[in-house]
Design a protein around this ligand. Structure first.
Ligand code: NAP
Length: 258
């Protein structure tokens, strides 16, 4: 019998690539996002190419209690998830006070609350019953404060620290938690987050979404803890350990400026 992966934010970008990887490797998939048309196209594509079942669920995961209703819907269909991929997320480039509170509220709800709630629901469901694997998509943004994208960077730090802590707790339960930290990657994110207006994307190599997804997929299957995509992206998280924090924030501000 095939195993089943639940992938949030599977309609585009890294999530879409992850969905293809699971399907290629004979894993049934449950794909969640808001864009029904993109999800249907992907469902047809994967269903026709691979011997797997592809279920799509159209849902706004930034709404209150989205995680619970998703978990209940999947259970109600008799589906037992083996792999949870918390990929859906977005950012917003600009000065802290220029962004409307409603956008931050949705960002925190999606990047932090729903991710944490889904992780909690599935870890409790698996605990003592069966092994499970979780892949949480953080970012290289997780390793330092990010002036001009302060809330997004903070949400990704949350994801990294949460994942590493519970990964340690879950060892005895045979549940692994992997954190994937991509740097700038060629997806809809640059446009959606207005990040293309900043210096960051002009000064670095933009990664291919398929390569980033493959790194995360392989790391999850090996039960690794944290993986950073790209050799250059590994330099900053290492180097900042030896620099005073206020310098780190100043350097980050330079990299993030318009
Ligand atoms: N691209 C980068 O440079 C980069 C770098 C580091 C980390 N990341 C992280 O990688 C993850 C994937 O992003 P991406 O780069 O692949 O961006 P993307 O192409 O914009 O894809 C984001 C995915 O999240 C879904 N999503 C957004 N809001 C949602 C909501 N309210 N409810 C349900 N689904 C929602 C989108 O689907 P719908 O619009 O159809 O809902 C889409 O499938 C994110 O967590 C992002 O923070 C990206």
């Amino acid at each position: 019998m095939n195993k089943t992966a639940l992938i949030t934010g599977a309609s585009k970008g890294i999530g879409r690539e992850l969905a293809s990887l699971f399907a290629e490797n004979r894993c049934d998939v449950v794909l969640v996002a808001r864009s029904e048309r993109e999800l249907r196209q992907l469902q047809e594509e994967l269903g026709s190419r691979h011997a797997v079942s592809v279920l799509i669920i159209v849902k706004d995961l930034s709404l209150p209690d989205a995680a619970h209703s998703l978990f209940d819907e999947i259970k109600g269909r008799g589906i037992d998830v083996d792999y949870l991929v918390n990929n859906a997320g977005f950012g917003d480039y600009g000065a802290f006070t220029d962004t409307l509170w409603e956008r931050y509220e949705k960002m925190i709800a999606l990047n932090v609350t729903t991710l944490t709630h889904l992780t909690h629901l599935y870890a409790r469901d698996w605990s003592g019953r069966k092994p499970g694997r979780i892949l949480n998509i953080s970012s290289t943004a997780a390793f330092q404060p990010g002036p001009m994208m302060a809330v997004y960077f903070a949400t990704k730090s949350f994801v990294l620290h949460l994942s590493e802590a519970i990964g340690n707790e879950f060892k005895k339960d045979h549940i692994t938690v992997t954190t994937l930290c991509p740097g700038p990657t060629d997806t809809h994110f640059g446009e959606e987050s207005k990040m293309n207006a900043g210096q960051l994307v002009k000064n670095v190599k933009i990664a291919d979404a398929g390569e980033v997804a493959l790194l995360g997929y392989r790391a999850m299957m090996k039960g690794k803890s944290t993986v950073i995509h790209g050799a250059m992206n590994k330099v900053a998280p290492f180097a900042i350990r030896f620099i005073p924090r206020k310098w780190v924030t100043r350097l980050s501000a330079k990299v993030m400026k318009k």
